[in-house]
Write a protein of this length. Structure first.
Length: 198
């Protein structure tokens, strides 16, 4: 699956993955360093020393105000970075609008909601589709589509797919002006109604 196609399947988490990878590598390196020192591979003297160096403890005692200020600044920085990270992870996924005409005098834009409604209506017009849900995701430069379709019991899935690709997605590709439009399609088959035996 190409990087562009993943936008149709799931929202991008590249920043979160990068941050967690960097944090994980830093913690692994700290753990390996503690293991190497604690095992005595750098000498038994270093392995027997306390966790905080006595010279560092003496310096902290002599410069208590400066140490508190540094700790406070580092704590606030960690809080701000943590809140920023959480807000980025919780932000709403972008839904691109389709700009049809953008000139100095006027602008013609189709909203993401209108695009989703048009896709849903087109998909529900496909034979054997009982209902549909659509969403445009990604960016205006690289849009993608997510479709959820509910099919009648006994529907010919291949025929539904061919009709969907030919009409619904074909119209969407021409609307977005792109030869390829990454699309994730989720199909659900509805169960047949149970008949009571009398």
């Amino acid at each position: 699956m190409s990087r562009r196609s993943t936008a149709a399947v799931t929202r991008s988490a590249l920043g979160e993955r990068g941050g967690l990878t960097a944090l994980g590598l830093l913690l692994v390196l700290a753990g390996v360093a503690a293991l190497v020192v604690g095992a005595g591979w750098l000498g038994t003297f270093r392995a027997r020393r306390p966790l905080l160096d006595p010279i560092a403890v003496d310096w902290l005692a002599e410069h208590a105000d400066l140490a508190r200020a540094i700790a406070l600044v580092l704590g606030l920085l960690a809080l701000v970075l943590g809140l920023r990270w959480a807000l980025l992870a919780l932000r709403q996924e972008p839904r691109p609008d389709l700009v049809l005409d953008h000139t100095a005098d006027s602008e013609l834009t189709v909203t993401a909601g209108a695009l989703a409604d048009a896709l849903r209506a087109d998909a529900e017009a496909v034979p054997d589709v009982t209902r549909a849900r659509a969403r445009t995701v990604g960016s205006a430069d690289a849009p993608a589509v997510r479709l959820s379709l509910w099919l009648r019991d006994g529907a010919d899935v291949r025929a539904v797919w061919e009709e969907l690709d030919r009409t619904v997605l074909g119209r969407a590709r021409s609307s977005f002006g792109t030869p390829s439009l990454p699309t994730a399609v989720r199909l659900e088959l509805e169960t047949a109604e149970r008949q009571r035996v009398r």
